[in-house]
Design a protein around this ligand. Structure first.
Ligand SMILES: O=C(O)C(=O)C[C@@H](O)[C@H](O)[C@H](O)COP(=O)(O)O
Ligand SMILES: [Zn+2]
Length: 359
C-alpha cells in the first residue's frame, strides 16, 4: 500500500510513502522534463540503490541521459567544496535548465543535492528520494536546502521545493539502527510541538517502531509528513509558524557545530536539544518539569541521548546559538514548549537561562 501526503501551496507536490517506490521508473521519470537526470547519492547508499534507480529511469525513458554521482557519507560532506564539485559535475554533464536532480539518500544528500539544484542555472528540478527515516519524515519535505560552515549549521542555503518526494520504505530495512533512532527524534518532535495524541501513539508504539514493524513505521512517516506539510504549505519561507519545526534545533545545531559535525548526528542532537528546550521552558514557567521528564524518558527509550555531551564549552555553545537563523538583532529566540502538543517562539531569552538549560 502506498500512502500519499499532498503538500499544497504555491508549487504543490506529492509525497509518496511505500515499499518498492524506487523501482517505479515510470513514476520517477514522469518528473523529468528534459533529457538529463543526475542521481546524487552517498558512499553508503550508492552501491545499494543508485544503479537500480538509474536503470528504472532509463527503462521508462530510453532517451534519458542518467549519471550517478557519489559523495562521501556523513555530515562533513555538506560543505561548500562538495557543493562546488556538484555544480562542476552538472556543467560537465551538460545539464540544461530542464535537467532533474534526484537526491537519493539521507538528509545530507537531500540538503546538498537540493542546494545544487536550487543554484544550477538559478534553479532546476529536484526529486527527493529519501532513504533514511529522518529524511523521510523531515528533510526531504519543505524545500530547505543548505550546506554547513565551520561557524554554523545550514548557514548557506536556499528554499527550493522538490517536484516530488518518493519515500521507499523498503530502504529502511538496511538502515543502521543509529540512523533509525535519529529519525525517531524528529518524529517525536511533531508530537511534542503539535499533536499530543501522536505523542501518546509514539509512546505506545515505541517497541514496534524500534523493531521496524513496516506498518507502524509507514504510519509514523505519513503522520509526520502530514504535520510538516500542513505547516510548510502555509509558511514555506519560515516567516512565522514554520519556526516551530525548529523545536530543539537551537541547542542541537550549536552542539553539532561545536563538535565539528563529527559527534552526535542530527537526530541525536535534536533529541538532546528538545530536552534542553523543555528544561528552558520549565525554567521560564511555560511548562512543568514532569513534561521534560516524560519527553526525556521517551527519547531514552528510543535509544537517543538526552544530555549535552561532556566536555563541550557552554559559552561556545551559546556563541553558536547567536548565529542561529531564528535570532533577531543578536538576541536569542527559542522555540519553547508548553507541554504535549503545544509550542511557541519566544524572543529575547536571557543568555543565563540558555546556559542553565544546558543541564
Ligand atoms: O523544515 C524546517 O523548517 C525545519 O526546521 C526542520 C528541521 O528539522 C531541519 O533540521 C531543518 O533543516 C533545520 O533548518 P534550519 O533553518 O534551522 O537550518
Ligand atoms: Zn532537524
Amino acid at each position: 500500500m502506498t500512502r500519499i501526503v499532498d503538500v499544497g501551496g504555491h508549487a504543490p507536490y506529492r509525497i509518496a510513502i511505500g515499499d518498492g517506490l524506487l523501482s517505479d521508473g515510470a513514476a520517477l521519470a514522469s518528473h523529468v522534463r528534459g533529457r538529463h537526470a543526475m542521481i546524487v547519492s552517498d558512499a553508503h547508499v550508492t552501491p545499494l540503490y543508485a544503479r537500480g534507480v538509474a536503470d528504472a529511469l532509463q527503462a521508462a525513458n530510453p532517451g534519458l541521459r542518467c549519471m550517478v554521482t557519489c559523495i562521501p557519507a556523513g555530515e562533513s560532506a555538506k560543505s561548500l567544496d562538495r557543493f562546488a564539485e556538484l555544480l562542476r559535475e552538472l556543467a560537465d554533464f551538460g545539464a540544461t535548465r530542464d535537467a532533474c536532480v534526484f537526491a537519493l539518500g539521507g538528509g545530507v544528500v537531500g540538503d546538498l543535492a537540493g542546494f545544487a539544484a536550487a543554484c544550477w542555472m538559478r534553479g532546476i528540478d529536484c526529486v527527493q528520494l529519501p532513504t533514511t527515516l529522518l529524511a523521510m519524515v523531515d528533510s526531504s519535505v519543505g524545500g530547505k536546502t543548505a550546506v554547513d560552515l565551520p561557524q554554523g549549521k545550514n548557514l548557506v542555503g536556499a528554499f527550493h521545493l522538490p517536484r516530488a518526494v518518493f519515500a521507499d520504505t523498503a530502504t529502511l530495512r538496511t538502515l543502521p539502527d543509529r540512523e533509525l533512532r535519529a529519525g525517531l527524534a524528529e518524529v517525536v518532535k511533531y508530537g511534542a510541538i503539535r499533536d499530543a495524541a501522536f505523542l501518546d501513539w509514539i509512546e505506545t508504539h515505541a517497541d514496534a517502531l524500534l523493531a521496524r514493524d513496516a506498518d507502524t513505521l509507514a504510519e509514523a512517516i505519513a503522520r509526520s509528513c502530514a504535520h510538516k506539510a500542513a505547516i510548510v504549505e502555509r509558511d514555506p519561507f519560515e516567516r512565522g509558524e514554520r519556526a516551530l519545526l525548529n523545536f530543539g534545533h537551537t541547542f542541537a545545531h550549536a552542539i553539532e557545530t561545536e563538535q565539528g559535525y563529527g559527534g552526535l548526528n542530527h537526530g541525536e542532537a535534536v533529541a538532546v536539544g528538545m530536552v534542553c528546550a523543555a528544561r528552558l521552558s520549565a525554567r521560564l514557567g511555560m511548562a512543568v518539569a514532569d513534561d521534560t521528564q516524560r519527553l526525556a524518558a521517551l527519547l531514552r527509550r528510543l535509544g537517543l541521548p538526552v544530555d549535552v555531551p561532556a566536555g563541550l564549552d557552554p559559552a561556545a555553545l551559546v556563541a553558536h546559538m547567536r548565529l542561529d537563523k531564528k535570532a533577531i538583532a543578536g538576541r536569542l529566540r527559542f522555540v519553547l514548549w508548553s507541554g504535549a502538543g503545544a509550542a511557541q517562539v519566544v524572543p529575547d531569552v536571557a543568555e543565563a537561562e540558555a546556559l542553565a538549560a544546558l543541564g
